[in-house]
Design a protein around this ligand. Structure first.
Ligand code: UD1
Ligand code: MG
Length: 443
């Protein structure tokens, strides 16, 4: 890396017809974030002074996503898809105004590592004006081949369709990621023609044209996985799998225990503390943060935020969740809270030491410290028209199979007898019992 100003141009114009989707390809998600978002995050981490995103005509949702995630990006429209050089030139205004290095990324290639991109930029120096991120592939079919001199200098990139049989034998491939330190990049790209098998303006032709001007090119290699380009739903699933493996490995390096890591699914923003224990088959959605020493037992579903609710989930130290628990948006659990099997919690704050161990729904509620919510308790938060809240005080005991009909308040230290339907507030330190007297008819 250098400290020269850096402009990143992200190509996102592809419609992605092979996705068979109403959504543009680059808005499909990995770990809960669009592929475009992953690439914008990389751009942010590289400290780019400017970022340009090239979209296709009518791609207003791609534009909106880019501006939502990175309000400073400049958006350019490539009118017709005439090739990668033409796509970069769509951002000519940004490139011409920029005085520094330019890095070209594809928005459908979301797994690149920051370290590889830094290395790619670090080789740009006097004599090397273009650097290309390459990879060795056992099956290079379809990729551009990197033609190098013995010393490693890059002489040309040959697209598969234009390659000679001998060139097709090369396994060193072009990832598409390219760094430029060229005085007049716009001028260089404008000299690229479309005399090739696809009648497209190939960005890759910049290598040979620049070489005629005495500008050298070099290759930096990375793992093939990093530059996986997503073209279809099966590629999307492969990319998701690679992302998840990396994230789990990182979590474990950070002190998280996973009994069966391959069955745990994380989101791009998941935060896990030290000595968190995650049992098998756990799903963690968006906006979930978990403090130290929490145990998430098997088959639990921590939903986190969604399109309707932007509130995430926070779990404090020592809490135990599951097995088979479902935590929905707006769940906040204090220290040592215990949530057992078949318990669902939504938009609720449970204070330290509170327990709901079996078969319970806690929605739109506050539950005080050390309260015990008995088996089968339902917080009836919805009357068919609107949602209301329940407030359960500290140290309250709710007997099994009770219904709390919101809005209702149960004072500190109160007791609700099993089977009660509570519709009126219960004073603190008192017993509420709402239950028909048991009749007994002998014989
Ligand atoms: C490109 C490279 C090839 C490399 C491969 C890696 C060129 C000429 N070839 O080939 O050397 O091995 O990527 O995956 O660059 N795009 C636009 N507008 C266009 C054309 C493309 O925005 O007019 C975008 C696409 O949406 C895509 C990216 O640029 O994200 C690459 O284009 P694509 O047509 O997939 O190029 P490949 O043939 O895969
Ligand atoms: Mg491609």
């Amino acid at each position: 890396m250098t400290d020269r100003p850096l402009l990143i141009v992200i190509l996102a114009a592809g419609k992605g017809t092979r996705m068979k989707s109403a959504r543009p390809k680059v808005l499909h998600e990995i770990a809960g974030m669009s592929m475009l978002g992953h690439v914008l995050a990389l751009a942010g981490a590289l400290g780019a002074t400017g970022t340009a995103v090239v979209v296709g005509p009518g791609m207003d949702d791609v534009r909106a996503e880019a501006l939502r995630l990175a309000p400073d990006v400049q958006i350019f429209v490539q009118g017709e898809q005439l090739g990668t050089a033409n796509a970069v030139l769509a951002a000519r205004e940004a490139i011409a105004a920029h005085n520094g290095d330019v890095l070209v990324l594809y928005a459908d290639t979301p797994l690149m590592r920051n370290s590889s991109l830094k290395e790619l930029l670090s080789v740009l120096e006097h004599g090397v004006g273009i650097s290309v991120l390459g990879f060795e592939s056992d099956d290079p079919t379809g990729y551009g081949r990197l033609i190098t001199e013995d010393g490693g200098r890059l002489l040309a990139i040959r697209e598969h369709k234009d390659a000679s049989p001998e060139e097709l034998g090369i396994r060193l491939c072009n990832s598409g990621v390219m760094g430029f330190r060229v005085d007049d990049l716009v001028g260089l790209l404008e000299r690229i023609g479309s005399y090739n098998a696809k009648r497209e303006y190939y960005l890759t032709d910049a290598i040979e044209i620049a070489s005629a001007d005495g500008i050298g090119a070099a290759v930096v290699t990375c793992e093939e996985q990093e530059v996986l380009g997503v073209n279809s739903r099966d590629h999307l699933a492969v990319a998701e799998g690679i992302w998840q493996r990396r994230a789990r490995a990182e979590a474990m390096l950070g002190g998280v225990t996973m009994v069966a890591p391959e069955t745990v699914w994380l989101s791009h923003d998941t935060v896990l503390g030290r000595d968190v224990l995650v049992e098998p088959n756990v799903f963690i959605g968006l906006g979930v943060s978990i403090e130290d020493n929490v145990r998430i037992r098997a088959n639990s579903y921590l939903e986190g935020k969604n399109a309707k609710s932007r509130a995430g989930i926070h779990i404090e130290e020592g809490a135990e969740i599951g097995p088979f628990a479902r935590l929905r948006p707006g769940t906040r659990l204090g220290r040592d809270v215990q949530i057992g099997n078949f318990v669902e919690i939504k938009n609720a704050n449970m204070e330290a030491g509170a327990k709901a161990s079996h078969l319970t729904y806690v929605g739109d509620a506050h539950v005080g410290a050390e309260a015990n919510i008995g088996a089968g308790t339902i917080f009836c938060n919805y009357d068919g028209f609107r949602k209301s809240r329940c407030d359960v005080g500290a140290g309250v005991f709710i007997g099994s199979n009770s219904a709390l009909v919101a809005p209702v308040k149960v004072g500190d230290g109160a007791y609700v007898a099993a089977g009660s339907t509570i519709t009126r507030d219960v004073a603190s330190q008192s017993l509420a019992i709402e239950r028909a007297v048991q009749a007994e008819k002998p014989g």
